[in-house]
Design a protein around this ligand. Structure first.
Ligand SMILES: Nc1nc2c(ncn2[C@@H]2O[C@H](COP(=O)(O)OP(=O)(O)OP(=O)(O)O)[C@@H](O)[C@H]2O)c(=O)[nH]1
Ligand SMILES: [Mg+2]
Length: 485
């Protein structure tokens, strides 16, 4: 018999459900704090419907009976404490929608009340539900309940937070696909492959007395190689996935006075950084975000690189170096008056400052407007060269295009991308476990020892989806959420 008893979950979702009191009714304002046209108050828990109905009356004064997924236009009263009281303190006109368990966001009975966006109205409603016995929700508690009730796995719950956070088309696209389960499917496929691998080895274990080899070692090796390439692909997708989610970091670097701050301002279309003809104007890094074709870029203008005894300027140059290190795209500017020898010296200097592998580097020959007659050809090689005028805006469109293309590179190999540092960490553990299995197969390790590493990989896979998780991890994930989500 194939025994898959290694799928041990340290604390199962079931266990967590038991350990947390999830049956009480929670309430929160789900719209942002402040005044707006409308605000939404959300109630979730076994008492949600009863508590909401207590406060609601029809326009003709009758009690409201909420029916599943129907909007009820009602009056909201704050002085109803028992069934016999005749309400008289009208607070607001609201629209109430009831979602019966389990077909609601949290999997519990949920009522959403849209009221007018006055802070006073919002606070009175919230306060009233607390008086009636509901509890104010913790940040992310609605989504946490959705997870605990099996409405979504942990990676999907995290994607909800990413979706709320998303400020560009690309960040939104990644979050929505993760929320809709594309990523969860990929993880499930991985899990199945690991289980298959383990099953083959466990089968051998069960018949170990009979000295039978069920799976050919070569077959196991190729399974491990395939899994490794999939996991490696996911690990590799993290830097771009993370950049697309949080903004692709772009460092604008070069010697003093070459026009870096001017370029930042031109790209942003805004007078953001100080520009002057004094070399060494920018001392600290200046960072701004902007979106082109749905991709968010984080532009970092840096202090001009040169040898200096000024300690403040030295500190600025150290930050420039750090910005290059962290950038996915480097815009290296030089002056159109610089000759080929000076430019190759500057490139060598740039290469010595940071490892440029995996980064897209653009060589920007700036101030072309005042150096029209000068002959210049960009050095052949790995970097793309563009003549620009940051001041006049010449060829800035070509640069924008190049930046978009660079940001899109690396997306093509994999449909699913890692965007979450927690998942990245788990995937790197899985990769090392696979490496151990590979080495084990090379030296003909016995199945019982090989299975240990496969269990380890499955454990880490489980931490991503929440199949294996701890209270500590959960609370750190859900505390990222805003109240009311
Ligand atoms: N003609 C011309 N002048 C430019 C161009 N770009 C920048 N400048 C001028 O060059 C000078 C320096 O520009 P900045 O943008 O401050 O240069 P920077 O590289 O940020 O300089 P530091 O912060 O000192 O390192 C200013 O006088 C700008 O107006 C350009 O494309 N054409
Ligand atoms: Mg500057």
């Amino acid at each position: 018999m194939i025994c898959l008893n290694f799928l041990v979950t340290s604390i199962s979702r079931e266990g967590l459900r038991m350990s947390n009191v999830v049956s009480d009714t929670i309430c929160a304002i789900s719209t942002p704090a402040g005044v707006g046209g409308l605000a939404v108050l959300r109630l979730s828990g076994h008492d949600a419907k009863r508590l909401a109905e207590k406060c609601l009356r029809t326009t003709s004064g009758r009690r409201v009976v909420l029916s599943d997924r129907h909007a009820a236009f009602s009056y909201f009263y704050t002085d109803v404490f028992d069934d016999n009281t005749e309400p008289c303190h009208l607070l607001d006109e609201v629209v109430a929608i009831y979602f019966a368990a389990p077909h609601s966001y949290t999997g519990e009975d949920v009522v959403e009340l849209s009221c007018h966006g006055s802070l006073y109205v919002q606070q009175c409603m919230l306060q009233h539900f607390v008086t009636l016995g509901a509890r104010i929700a913790e940040p992310g508690e609605f989504t946490q309940r959705a997870f605990l009730n099996g409405r979504m796995d942990l990676s999907q719950a995290e994607a909800v937070a990413d979706l709320i956070d998303s400020r560009s088309q690309s960040a939104h696209g990644l979050a929505i696909s993760q929320m809709r389960g594309g990523y969860a499917e990929e993880l499930e496929q991985l899990r199945q492959s690991f289980i298959e691998l383990a099953a083959l080895l466990e089968l051998e274990l069960d018949f170990s007395d009979e000295d039978v080899e069920f799976a050919k070692r070569e077959q196991l090796k190729s399974m491990v190689a395939l899994l490794t390439s999939k996991v490696q692909g996911l690990v590799d997708s993290f830097s771009m996935g993370n950049a697309l989610k949080n903004g692709v970091p772009v460092a604008i670097v070069g010697r003093p006075n070459v026009g870096k701050s001017t370029l930042l301002n031109t790209l942003l279309n805004e007078d953001r950084a100080i520009v002057s003809d004094v070399a060494g104007t920018t001392r600290d890094t200046v960072e701004e975000q902007f979106v082109i074709e749905g991709i968010m870029f984080r532009l970092i203008d840096t202090a001009g690189i040169r040898h200096t005894d000024n300690t403040i300027e030295q500190a600025g140059i150290a930050r420039s170096r750090k910005a290059i290190g962290q950038a996915a795209i480097v815009l290296y500017l030089f002056d159109a008056k610089d000759d080929a020898k000076s430019v190759s010296g500057q490139i060598a200097e740039l290469e010595s400052m940071s490892d440029l592998n995996g980064k897209s580097v653009f060589l920007l020959r700036n101030k072309m407007d005042i150096a029209l007659g000068n002959e210049f050809s960009f050095p052949d090689g790995k970097y793309m060269g563009i003549n620009i005028s940051a001041k006049k805006g010449d060829n800035i469109e070509t640069l924008r295009r190049g930046m978009v293309d660079a940001a899109r590179q690396g997306r093509c190999d994999t449909d699913v991308m890692l965007t979450n540092a927690r998942h990245y960490e788990a995937m790197t553990h899985i990769l090392s476990a696979l490496e151990e299995v590979r080495k084990g197969l090379e030296v003909d390790l016995t199945p019982d020892l090989l299975v240990i590493d496969i269990r380890d990989a499955l454990y880490h896979l489980g931490t991503i989806t929440g199949k294996v998780t701890s209270d500590e991890v959960l609370s750190s994930i859900f505390s990222r959420f805003c109240i009311g989500k």
